[in-house]
Write a protein that binds this ligand. Structure first.
Ligand SMILES: NC(=O)c1ccc[n+]([C@@H]2O[C@H](COP(=O)([O-])OP(=O)(O)OC[C@H]3O[C@@H](n4cnc5c(N)ncnc54)[C@H](O)[C@@H]3O)[C@@H](O)[C@H]2O)c1
Length: 318
């Protein structure tokens, strides 16, 4: 298939583009480099630098059988300061992209959504039938696209898979996790292990969780990439898919920090500070639907493997 991968200079997009190329697809990688890095784009892809909302540019790329759309800004905290930038970049640009792709007859669209569409849920795990109630413009921008896609599917314009990731983590030697700015716990903890940060700050130790720190569901980026490859195929049988991608197992911030210390053999300082506004106490995926429909198994997503792979990838680029 000829596949457009937007955001292919980023963490998850580059890993997935690599897998799609390995599976024999032709990949055109589109990225504005607003936060990604050109050297992340797999060498087997055709790289085009530009915004996914640039309709002239996207039209000039020709037609595609599928698009996997990772491009987006990812920081919920920043979205509370600059909501307009998130709606413009994540929602408006996506609708402009869709306008061109639908007109050129793209059959399948796979969208990077997020557990942020669920907001703060009390009952765990969170399955796809839980009401959506984003607590940030970031989550809202994802939900806006999801809702647009539902109309496009119901009106027979295209087939679409919405994949709601929980916490992407891990990494491969070719594609380490390195966001700009870095906001994710594991790479920040690895910085502390490598002596690049004075200490690791953990926000909140009085949550209603067993050790008082927030709980998240970490999913290895290679498992995420596999789910995308499966979703593209599954769209042949399902015009619309809405699937959580997570393991169903939660790890607390404290457990993650201690795992990083154990895997790296270091004892950096961990400082427990105040809660950060907007952080839910827990986010654990009910991922039975992805397992059932895609036949997907997150095989690389135990915490020790995730941290070990992230550390190997981290060291490879230092
Ligand atoms: N990392 C996670 O844990 C996580 C969780 C849930 C959802 N997601 C979603 O997955 C996607 C990929 O996340 P990531 O962790 O790889 O982030 P990333 O920042 O590494 O990658 C995003 C890429 O998109 C590019 N980009 C941003 N806006 C663009 C635009 N308008 N046009 C073209 N390129 C643009 C950036 O330059 C970057 O290379 C994002 O949409 C994110 O919201 C990520």
């Amino acid at each position: 298939m000829r596949i457009l991968v937007t955001g292919a200079a980023g963490f998850i997009g580059s890993t997935t583009a690599e897998l799609l190329i390995e599976r024999g697809h032709e990949v055109v990688a589109l990225d504005s480099l607003v936060s990604g890095q050109a050297d992340n784009v797999p060498s087997g892809a055709t790289f085009v630098e530009g915004d996914c909302g640039d309709t002239e540019l996207v039209r000039s790329l020709g037609s595609f059988e599928a698009c996997v759309h990772f491009a987006g800004r990812i920081e919920p905290g920043e979205s509370m300061k600059y909501p307009e930038a998130f709606f413009a970049n994540n929602a408006a640009s996506t609708f402009r992209l869709l306008d061109v792709l639908v007109q050129s007859g793209v059959g399948r669209f796979v969208f990077s959504s997020s557990c942020a569409v669920y907001g703060d849920q009390v009952v765990m795990p969170i399955d796809e039938d839980r009401p959506t109630q984003p607590h940030s413009p970031y989550g809202q921008s994802k939900l806006m696209v999801e809702e647009g896609l539902r109309w496009l599917v119901s009106l027979g314009r295209m087939r679409a898979a919405t994949l709601r990731y929980f916490n992407a983590a891990g990494g491969t030697l070719a594609h380490p996790e390195r966001h700009r700015p870095e906001i994710h716990l594991i790479p920040i903890a690895l910085d502390a292990a490598a002596g690049r940060r004075e200490r690791l700050d953990i926000f909140g130790s009085d949550y209603p969780t067993p050790d008082g720190t927030c709980i998240r569901d970490y999913i290895h980026v290679s498992d995420l990439a596999e789910a995308h490859a499966l979703a593209i195929t599954a769209l042949d049988d399902h015009p619309e898919l809405i699937l959580n991608l997570g393991t169903g197992v939660g790890s607390s911030n404290r457990q993650v920090a201690e795992m990083v210390q154990s895997v790296t053999g270091t004892e950096f300082e961990i400082r427990y500070g105040d809660r950060r506004p907007g952080d839910p106490a827990a986010a654990i995926a009910g991922s039975g639907r992805a397992r059932e429909i895609l036949g997907w198994r997150p095989e690389r997503s135990d915490l020790e493997r995730i941290v070990g792979d992230a550390w190997a990838a981290y060291q490879s680029v230092q």
